[in-house]
Design a protein around this ligand. Structure first.
Ligand code: GSH
Length: 220
């Protein structure tokens, strides 16, 4: 059986599944899809994912789309990785987080970066963007409050949810938001950033996340 292949673009929603693959620690391949050059909209890529989005995972003869679905598949395929709780309520809590992040918050990020996808009327774009930022700030305040209550997103410990939170923290910076307003989340980013799998993914994608310091010789 071939190793799984992740189609990714640095600093995008593929980041968390990429971390999960490093956490599992088994061989995998990663294919860079250059969103800015239009690669997600090419006929070839759309044959793979008709939605024209990364991430995509090829694994065990299946094509899996959606970052959350990919992470659950990998975590359940490798239960020893301990990346998901093993009780029904714990799983429900994980889905609660990842649905919200990958659908609602990803859409608010898109609204601020691509207002034309939300309104054809150029005159409305500043308002569309402003509303996207306001929605994100509300959501970020909620995230910070949750992370003030416990070390990781889930009470059971580090899980697939935590790397997904990292990429939204980075987006906050990319969008020029004052992320110092979120001290509990900042501490979470610092904590998660010490994991070899997170460091390996940052190196592989060639990106940084504020507050994450690379350790020397990390080669996860
Ligand atoms: N809900 C999807 C969102 C995926 C998504 O929005 N991917 C963006 C990058 S973050 C993308 O591939 N955009 C390419 C395009 O729109 O052409 C998931 O969680 O996987």
């Amino acid at each position: 059986m071939n190793p799984p292949t992740l189609y990714y673009c640095p600093g995008h929603m593929s980041f968390a599944p990429h971390v999960v693959l490093y956490e599992i620690g088994k061989p995998f391949e990663a294919v860079h899809v250059a969103i800015k050059e239009g690669a997600t909209q090419s006929a070839e890529f759309r044959r793979l994912n008709p939605k024209g989005k990364i991430p995509v995972l090829l694994a065990d003869g299946h094509v899996i789309t959606e970052s959350a679905a990919i992470m659950y598949y990998l975590a359940l395929r490798h239960p020893d990785s301990g990346l998901l709780p093993d009780d029904p309520l714990g799983v429900a809590r994980a889905v609660e987080w990842t649905n919200w992040l990958s659908a609602v918050l990803a859409s608010s990020v898109s609204q601020t970066l691509h207002p034309g996808r939300f309104s054809p009327d150029v005159a409305t774009h500043p308002a569309v963007k402003d509303k996207g930022i306001a929605n994100l700030l509300d959501a970020f305040t909620h995230i910070d409050g949750r992370l003030a209550e416990q070390e990781w997103a889930l009470a059971s410990g580090y899980s697939v949810v935590d790397p997904m939170l990292l990429i939204f923290f980075r987006w906050g910076h990319v969008l020029g938001l004052d992320m110092d307003r979120f001290p509990a989340w900042s501490a979470h980013v610092h904590r998660a950033g010490q994991r070899p799998a997170v460091q390996a993914t940052l190196r592989a994608e060639g990106i940084t996340i504020p507050l994450i310091v690379f350790s020397k010789g990390c080669n996860a």
